[in-house]
Design a protein around this ligand. Structure first.
Ligand SMILES: NC(=O)c1ccc[n+]([C@@H]2O[C@H](COP(=O)([O-])OP(=O)(O)OC[C@H]3O[C@@H](n4cnc5c(N)ncnc54)[C@H](OP(=O)(O)O)[C@@H]3O)[C@@H](O)[C@H]2O)c1
Length: 270
């Protein structure tokens, strides 16, 4: 990616504050780096404080932007409120909210720990709704602001052996698309970024590294998302192959698509 291209596009948010959840790893780090290169100030949040502090320091040193790090576990239902209070107390006006934090878990549904599944729904869905509901009213009042939500190519069909995750990502996509239409008249852009397999810690965390092989770079994925948001798109699928896969299967009966996905994802297959 050309440095000039990064600067031109990320300058959309120059001099304003963005909040990035899941900023301790993968796509979240790439989003924060690209925004900082474009002069955006950043609030970084995740659970791993050391990583957040390190990234905050890097971005300030390298790009001269202001940064703040706030540690929060989004599996706690009151975490979004704590993040919101933190930015309020600091007097930070969030112009771009990036709901990026998320995780999946491969395996046969009954064998996955119940709490892990419930936490997944909380982090991937409830926290996204909660944070968006907290920050949107200010954006509406200002008639200005943007929201980027991490969905996935898993949003477009059921995916056996990671069924709960795929369902949370379908939720994220539909939530973003609906909101994008609702918020258009207030000058607010909302976009769902739908990556396919991407280089990050996702595969290790979810317990299935099989799909790492054809993974896109997190930097490329992050750039696609910010570009689509700036262009006013309600969703974007990163990568042509992923785009064709997500849309091509619409012509195939849903049950067959699910069966094919089951064959690809069958737990234990390497
Ligand atoms: N990588 C892929 O192949 C892929 C494909 C499609 C969509 N996505 C989506 O992209 C987003 C980013 O994932 P990634 O690929 O960058 O994976 P990653 O490297 O594992 O990063 C996930 C981020 O989410 C944060 N997070 C996880 N659980 C959290 C919790 N309970 N509270 C607060 N933060 C939490 C993690 O921070 P801490 O652990 O420090 O809390 C980390 O910063 C996710 O929404 C994922 O669903 C990824």
């Amino acid at each position: 990616m050309q440095p000039g291209m990064v600067k031109k596009m990320a300058a959309e948010w120059r001099g304003t504050w963005a909040l990035v959840t899941g900023a301790s790893s993968g796509i979240g780090v790439a989003l924060a780096r690209e925004l900082a290169a474009g002069g955006t100030h950043l609030v970084l949040t995740a659970r791993r404080k050391d990583r957040l502090d390190e990234l905050a320091k890097e971005l300030t040193t390298k790009h001269g932007v202001m940064t703040d790090a706030f540690t929060a576990d989004l599996a706690d239902s009151d975490a979004p409120e704590k993040i919101f209070d933190f930015t309020k107390e600091k007097g930070l006006e969030i112009n771009l909210l990036i709901n990026n934090a998320g995780f999946g878990q491969y395996g046969e549904f009954p064998s996955i720990q119940k709490q892990r599944l419930l936490d997944m729904v909380q982090v991937n869905c409830a926290a996204v709704v909660h944070l968006t509901r907290l920050y949107l009213p200010e954006m509406v009042a200002r008639r200005h602001g943007d929201v980027l939500i991490l969905a996935s190519t898993a949003s477009f069909q059921a995916v056996p052996y990671i069924s709960t995750y795929a369902a949370t990502k379908a939720f994220d996509l539909l939530f973003a698309e609906g909101l994008a239409e609702e918020m258009k008249s207030f000058g607010i852009r909302v976009c769902a970024l739908c990556p396919g397999s991407t280089e990050s810690e996702f595969h290790v965390v979810s317990g299935q590294e099989k799909f790492k092989r054809r993974a896109e770079a997190a930097e490329k994925v992050a750039h696609q998302g910010l570009k689509a948001l700036a262009a006013g798109k309600s969703y974007v699928i990163s990568g042509l192959g992923n785009y064709l896969g997500a849309h091509g299967q619409r012509l195939v009966p849903r049950r067959l698509v699910t069966r094919i996905a089951a064959g690809m994802f069958k737990f234990g297959k390497k």
